[in-house]
Design a protein around this ligand. Structure first.
Ligand code: GLA
Length: 377
């Protein structure tokens, strides 16, 4: 299975934690179709931790909790598939999952077969309760090989939080995406810290195996399992823009059955999604800053498949900023005879830049995200 662009979908953990059940999954599937999320590209519906009984059955198989999932998992998967969505589940490389349910250590092949029989299309694979004597790369190779031989195409979503220098070995394991960070929570500080964490690992992102910055908190507004202070609309926009620019998988974490219009405006912004899903999958890079650089604004660019460039300015600081930068640092200096004609993807406003790109006021925690054409000056 080759995964060409960052996976998109929904995951139960951020909002629902252990409070998952058959009805939640079915109504979420309905909502993903009715709200236009599926049409926008969010095609994986993933059940996270806490779906099974605390122990395996007599044959060593995982057992769905009969109270939460009275019709079993195949039935849930069939329903999700009937909506045109793909179905994801969760397990762990250790002996127990992070929430203390049975993990897949030493049961990789039986579990991969079980998931395939249930019709699972995506497996998130966590890193808790792992035996100290087995290095992470072997744990993920084991499950990667088991999934690849399960008889079904199953997207392998590794979740080792960047531990043991995950970036250096994850592409050898069969994983299609890999968590580069600890867990997100619904606060600006968490979004800022996860963003800053990316700077030294951008090179390890790309088609086939995407750097997963964790599930989105857009639209949680402080509610749910990892709900904390919540964020402002501006902060959620910055969050979504960063994840899009950095080629992170876009896995929604809010309750999609109850989204506000603001939340929908962010999650369904087709232009921003197109930056994330650009077929070339080139990594973003930090544009060389000149004298405005303060370490608080990240100015990031990314070359797109059709020759356009995306440019993002992300103000991670707590004050307004007026950033600008020389286009030279993108290879587009004055001597090229070219200029940029840009559309801002949140407001729709347009602007041009020759030699230097100047930004009007950028509010604290705010962003601007442009798609620019390169034309004659
Ligand atoms: C870990 C993962 C989270 C979530 C929980 C479930 O913390 O990083 O994304 O899956 O486990 O217990």
């Amino acid at each position: 299975m080759v995964v060409k662009t960052p996976p998109m979908g929904w995951n139960s953990w951020n909002t629902f934690g252990p409070n998952i059940n058959d009805e939640l999954i079915r109504t979420t599937a309905d909502a993903m179709v009715e709200n236009g999320l599926l049409e926008a590209g969010y095609n994986y519906l993933v059940i996270d931790d806490c779906w099974s009984l605390k122990e395996r059955d007599g044959e060593g198989k995982l057992v769905p909790d009969p109270v939460k999932f009275p019709h079993g998992m195949k039935d849930v998967a069939d329903y999700v598939h009937s909506k045109g969505l793909k179905f994801g589940m969760y397990s762990c490389a250790g002996t127990r999952t992070c929430a203390d349910y049975p993990g897949s250590f030493d049961h990789e092949y039986v579990d991969a077969k079980t998931f395939a029989e249930w019709g699972v299309d995506f497996l998130k694979y966590d890193f808790c309760y792992r035996p100290n004597f087995v290095p992470g790369h072997l744990l993920y190779k084991k499950m990667g090989t088991a999934l690849a031989n399960s008889g079904r195409d199953i997207l392998f979503s590794a979740c080792s939080w960047g531990h043991q220098e995950t970036h250096k070995w994850i592409k050898t394991t069969g994983a299609h995406m890999w968590r580069s960070t600890g867990d997100i929570v619904d606060s600006w500080a968490s979004i800022r810290d996860l963003t800053m964490h990316q700077i030294n690992i951008w090179d390890y992102n790309g088609a086939g195996c995407f750097n997963d910055m964790d599930m989105l908190v857009v639209g949680m507004n402080g509610k749910g399992n990892v709900g904390l202070t919540g964020c402002t609309f501006e902060e959620y926009k910055t969050h979504f823009s960063v994840w899009a620019m950095f080629n992170s998988p876009l896995m929604i974490g809010c309750d999609v059955r109850n989204m506000t219009d603001e939340t929908k405006n962010i999650l369904l912004n087709k232009d921003v999604i197109a930056i994330n899903q650009d077929p070339a999958c080139r990594q973003a890079y930090l544009v060389e800053a000149d004298n405005w650089w303060s370490g608080r604004v990240y100015m990031v660019a990314k070359q797109l498949d059709n020759g356009d460039v995306a440019i993002g300015a992300f103000n991670l600081g707590d004050n307004e900023e007026w950033p600008n930068f020389q286009l030279d640092s993108m290879g587009l200096g004055y001597a090229t005879g070219k200029k940029l004609v840009c559309k801002e993807l949140w407001t729709g406003e347009t602007c041009e830049a020759v030699d230097v790109m100047r930004f009007p006021k950028l509010p604290a925690h705010g962003c601007r995200l442009f798609r620019c054409k390169v034309v004659d000056a």
